[in-house]
Design a protein around this ligand. Structure first.
Ligand code: ARG
Length: 558
């Protein structure tokens, strides 16, 4: 049963709709105060009274029944206490019934969300900096799908630009086909880096010519380009598999080469295009932004031009309700400009575009990531985490079956969780020891807790029925948290913040472990044992659901 909804309907405040009341209901700081709290501060203006007086008045009027058994007013809040045994029974029943779908919803039914994420650059290293966009976008994709939205994952490939001319020139001068084939993306990147340091004037001119050849459809130039592209995609797809993310479209910048003309025409029609030093721009000064460059003086398009074409294409193709861009905050200005230009072009859906910005990830050994031409490849970070996870597992549980597979799930989970645990806008330092700790606020801790639940169930079984006649405080805390999972998933979607789910997983693990220490499970008297076993089963189920939304697996044993 949806308690918030129940309370909101009975809670008679004429100036707010039941939906608004429901929205405002939150969790009080402790269970002693109640199970739900309603802040009265916003009502002070309409009701012309102090929040404290309003809370008292409203609390006095609320009709108590056998669902809501106590109501009180405390410093401007109305606190509600529900019948907790019913809450426990309802919650467990719902988890038993919905299983891996517990937490899902149909609020997104009939709506479409496009998510532009990862968006790698062809022939460039896939490094630690791409971790956040890939796992944040991947998780948002899962969260929105779980809430019933049609979700379109888009990898807006960086596959357009003069750098590909440079690459062809470097390959022509220094490349050996077999070696590049063997070395893959690393060899391609080496060529590109070498061009940066060793290219002569003639090679620079040659590179421009090669770029022109790619553009004009020259066969050889395009074959080489396609080769580099497919090598990059083979490589990144291997990483995507490990990180458990997928895409519905790989339409990158190049895809829009022939879709920019109509954009430019519409800009002209609307009188938005201005000349500036031979280039064409949209003046954004009235909005406090530098101009948005549309065409360079040589007629070449820009990153922004392709993004405008891409946005329009996405609207026409998917008719999205929201279009998200999971891109680092360094591109804040770029997206503000794009969204503003779309608005000026008269597209009312410009308001549905969202830049989901995030902070930087650096490695604790900062020196490694900055040395020129020597970046830290994400694949190496993953490999190291898996190796370290293997060592730890081998020490803790040498007899475990399938240690390699478990280490893979734990190591990769640690990388993903490490990138998703903090509010996304924060800059974070990636520390191997921290993300792999069994005790900290980590994915490993949540996985370990889920496995612990599993081994309790293995011993005690999931009982066919249970009764609940009383609960210890630590049992109540677990029940309440389990009951709030569906709200957590919605909050994560509303805020574009998978960290809500990651924090939830840690919180639930902590509360379960407190219960595990406080209360005997297997050795409890028969009446309470069945309830505790069912509760343990539910915790494992919900932990797994939470981890799945982050793209993380949960080994049965650790
Ligand atoms: N490839 C770009 C980069 O690495 C990110 C692209 C983001 N998506 C977009 N539609 N602009 O910086």
């Amino acid at each position: 049963m949806n308690y918030k909804k129940y309370i909101a309907e009975k809670f008679d405040i004429p100036s707010l709709s039941p939906e608004e009341r429901e929205e405002l209901l939150c969790l009080p700081p402790s269970s002693e105060m109640g199970d739900f709290a309603f802040p009265c501060f916003r009502l002070a203006k309409v009701m012309r009274k102090s929040p404290v007086a309003i809370a008292e008045e409203l609390a006095g009027k609320y009709p108590i029944d056998d669902v809501v058994v106590k109501v009180s007013a405390v410093s401007g809040y109305v606190n509600f206490t529900v019948d907790r045994l019913t809450l426990a029974a309802d919650t467990l029943e719902e988890i038993l019934e919905k299983g891996e779908m517990y937490g899902s919803s149909d609020i997104g039914m009939g709506k479409t969300v496009c998510i532009d994420y990862s968006s790698v650059n062809i022939a460039k290293p896939f490094h630690i900096g791409h971790l956040s966009t890939t796992v944040l976008g991947g998780s948002l994709y899962k969260i929105f799908s779980f809430l019933g939205y049609r979700t379109i994952g888009i990898n807006h490939l960086g596959d357009y630009g003069t750098q590909f001319g440079k690459l062809i020139s470097a390959y022509k001068h220094w490349g050996v086909r077999e070696e590049v084939e063997k070395g893959g993306i690393h060899a391609v990147n080496d060529l590109y880096v070498r061009f940066g340091t060793e290219a002569t004037e003639e090679m620079e001119a040659e590179a421009r010519e090669y770029f022109r050849l790619i553009e004009s459809g020259d066969r050889e130039a395009n074959e080489l380009f396609d080769w580099f592209k497919s090598m990059t995609l083979d490589y990144v797809n291997g990483i995507y598999d490990k990180l458990n993310v997928k895409f519905d479209s790989y339409n990158g910048e190049r895809f829009y080469s022939d879709k920019m003309q109509p954009v430019i025409e519409r800009l002209e029609e609307k009188g938005l295009l201005k000349e500036s030093e031979g280039a064409k721009i949209v003046d954004l000064e009235p909005y406090g932004m530098p101009p948005c460059l549309i065409l360079r003086s040589d007629g070449a398009s820009l990153y922004a031009t392709r993004d405008l074409a891409a946005a329009i294409y996405r609207k026409n193709t998917y008719d999205f309700d929201k279009c998200l861009y999971v891109v680092a905050y360094q591109q804040n200005l770029h997206f503000r400009q794009i969204f503003k230009v779309l608005e000026l072009m008269g597209y009312d859906w410009a308001k549905d575009m969202v830049h989901v910005a995030f902070g930087m990830v650096s490695l604790e050994d900062g020196a490694m990531s900055t040395r020129q031409g020597k970046v830290v490849w994400l694949e190496d970070v993953i490999k190291k985490c898996v190796e370290k996870a293997y060592q730890t597992i081998n020490e803790k549980n040498p007899g475990l079956e399938d240690k390699e597979k478990t280490a893979e799930t734990v190591g990769i989970g640690a990388v993903i969780f490490g990138a998703l645990y903090n509010a996304k806008i924060k800059d974070v330092t990636f520390s191997y020891d921290k993300v792999l700790s069994f005790e900290g606020e980590t994915g490993v801790y949540a996985q370990y807790t889920a496995a612990r639940c599993g081994s309790v169930i293995e011993k005690g079984g999931l009982p066919a029925e249970y009764e609940v006649e009383e609960m210890e405080p630590s049992e109540l805390e677990v029940v309440k948290l389990l009951a709030s999972f569906p709200d957590t998933v919605k909050e994560a979607a509303e805020k574009y913040e998978p960290s809500c789910v990651a924090r939830y997983a840690v919180d639930l693990s902590q509360k379960f472990n407190k219960f595990y220490i406080d209360c005997k499970i297997l050795a409890a008297p028969e009446g309470r044992k069945n309830f505790r076993l069912t509760l343990t089963w539910a915790v494992q189920r919900v932990l797994k659901n939470a981890l799945t939304l982050l793209g993380i697996g949960a080994p049965d044993k650790m």
